[in-house]
Structures are given as structure tokens and as C-alpha cells.
Design a protein around this ligand. Sequence first.
Ligand code: PEP
Ligand code: CO
Length: 456
Amino acid sequence: MAILASHTMQDWTPDSWHSRPITHQPEYPDPDALQQATTELGSLPPLVTSWEIESLKSQLAEAAQGKRFLLQGGDCAEQFDDCTPEAITNKLKILLQMSLVLVHGTRRPVIRVGRFGGQYAKPRSSMSETRNGTTFPSYFGDNVNAAAFDGTSRHPDPQRLIKGYERAALTMNFIRSLVGGGFADLHHPEFWNLGFVRHSPRATEYQTMVQRIGESVRFMESLTGISVGDLSRVDFFTSHEGLLLPYESALTRQVPRRKGWYNLSTHYPWIGMRTADIDHAHVEFFRGIRNPLGVKIGPGISKDELPAFIEQLLDVLHPDDEPGRMTLIHRYGAAHAAQHLPALIEAVRATGKTVLFVCDPMHGNTVKTESGIKTRRFEDILGELEQSIDIHAANDSVLGGVHFELTGENVTECTGGARGLSDEDLADSYRSLVDPRLNYEQALEMAILASEKIES
Ligand code: PEP
Ligand code: CO
């Protein structure tokens, strides 16, 4: 474990991360062009506001106490070309429907957070990719380069940061309009596409649950006279991995009448598992902003290292134990959760601080099929989630939310689920450029099964 450098707010600026080691950044061939792009970003309006961020923080504080539940989901990597009304509407639709199912199971208000409106940058295991003897930079997400395997596409282009900012703005603008009106029907299960239910051995259970949700919605509406679909403007939040620090720092601002700095590119950034070194640039940058913040925690940190790592991490990122500030997103994998999660819960308890625990059952469960396609098995995803619910309960801790990679489209990227997608079916409609996502039906089924587990 590295020796902890001193961290005081006096020596933090939106650029102080430059003095720390940094990984998973693209190599921009022209530093002046990067500077030009970040200067332009620095002059553009923010994408979110500090009062939305503070409102989310107070809701997350309640989730940490078991009074709310977080549903966070969306693509592994958004693509600029997917900034279409259909793709955005479908993502919002599946998240709203899942949230209604989860309200039912958890009996808690659900905080909805999209992995979108800026999820355009990816950490990659290697800086470059070689195919048939030709090597180009890896694809780092649409904010950096394009996925096609040729020199022009893979060239990291700083102008893409501006385009990513604009696409994020277009996405958020459309989401704000949708949640401000027009979406009421989605709260009525009679309008959902539930064809898959018939294919499940648990068809009757599913139908009963959906029927009960419909009855509760109608009951609430007749009681209050308010349509359950009337969401307030800030009832939907955005998040992305805070990976490209030139982008994140260019959108970090001070706002009138509030102390400190806000990252106004998104409500709720998270630090990925690969960039969470305490003395590195990402932790340095994110310690200085006032947004609620997630950190991914995976099996790479051994049980023995966990107590010191968590203590130092929370010293730096969560020094004041501010309610709602800190989320730990554990992603151990179904095969490792039982071994690691109790130690994580214990390590946090030893600090005396409160964090929101969220389970990401996707990233520890990625496997390759025999033909080399990246996939995830529905039963592994569900298995990690169910184990996590049990482990938190057994350790007198609160699992306050879930984090999924999903899409509202009918893709074939994860296997299993009611329709029993097989490895062979993956070829039908595999569209993710990075990690496999649950499709519409699998995501809804996952919400139903998670709800049942939480309810039991
Ligand atoms: C991700 O969330 O897409 C990701 C890369 O996750 P992790 O940092 O947990 O591997
Ligand atoms: Co991913």
C-alpha cells in the first residue's frame, strides 16, 4: 500500500490532480488541441445544477439508512449514435418500470439514476489493440475515439469531448422533458411488454406481482388524485464514471451562495475500480468536489488489505462523514461475494462512518463463451444480488441500492432469463461495444426477482 500523501483542502484545486500519477487516460497526440477543447468546455453552461446535486445527496443519505432504495442503470458505454429518441425513451421506460417493481418489493421510495447523459469514456485493460499484426490505440469510448479498427477512427480526438458534452446535454434535455410530462402510462403495468412472463416457470408469480403493482398504483391515484407518473423535474438523476479528468475538471465550478466546488457534468460520478488508488489522480480530483460520489470496490483488494484501504479511502474522500456523500459499489462476482463482502462491511464499520452500499452484480460476472464472446449469465447476476442481500442482512448492514448495465432494447448480450437465451443466441443482436447488458425483458425480470428476495 502506498504511503498516504497529505490531503488538505487548502492544496486542492480542480487541477491539483495533475501532480499525481494517472492511469487509463488516452494519449492525445496534440496537447494544444486538448487545451483548446477543455478551455471551450470551461466556458459552456453546466449540465446539472448544484441544487439538484444537493437534493440527490440528501436522498442518498436516506438510502444509506434504509429509508430509500437506489436504482442505478444504463449502458456500459453510451454511443453518440445512440442519442436517439427511441433509445433514450426505452432506457427511461425500463428504469421507471423497474423502479416501480422495486418500490413494491422494498417498500421504500426508489431513487432513479441513469448511467447516461455522459457515460462516454471507458477504462481499457490495454492502451492498444493488435489485430492481424496491426496495432492501433484501444477504443476508450466515444468521448475519446471511434470503435472502428482503423487509424483515423482510433486517433484520440479532443473535439470529441465537446461532442460528448453536447450529446449529454441533448440526452438530459430530452429526459427532463419526458419526466416533466408525457410518461404517466409507464406507471401502469397494463401497458408494459410482458410477453416474456409466459416463458418463465414462475409465470403465475410474475403475473400476481404485476397485478398487485397495478392495484397499488390505482389505489394511490384515487387516494391522492395525483397521477403516479407525474414526476418532478429532478426526480431523475444522471451518473457516469469520472474517468477523463480533463473533461471532469473543465466542468467543475463554484456556484453562487454555496461553499466549495461542484462537478456540474453529472449529478453522481463514480470512480472506477481501476482508478481508485488512493495516491493517484482520480482520488485527488474527486476528494475536492461536493457531489455525492461512488467508488467501485472489487476482489482485487484482498481481505487483509481492505481495512487499511477503506480507512484511507474514507479519510480522503469522506473525511466529515457527510450524509449522502459516499457510496461504495461492490462488484465481487457471484463466486467471490461471500468471501469478500462481510470483510468490506466490517472495514467500513471499523471507521465509524456511514456509507451507502450498492451492489453492482454485473462487473464481477463477465465471462467469455467458447467462441470468445463476452457475456454474463442471468443466474450469476441474480446470484450475486441475492447473496449480497443476505450478507448485508446477516451482518446487520443496509444494502441501499443496485447498479445494472442494461438497455431498453431487445439485445442479446447476457444469457439466461425467462426466455433462456443461450450462447448461440448471442449472435442475434449483440450491440454493446464494451460490456454485455441485460435487455428489456431480462432487466424487468431481474427487478421482479430482486424485489421478491428483498420482500421475503
Ligand atoms: C463500469 O462500470 O463499466 C466499469 C468499468 O466498472 P468497474 O470499474 O467496476 O470495473
Ligand atoms: Co461495464
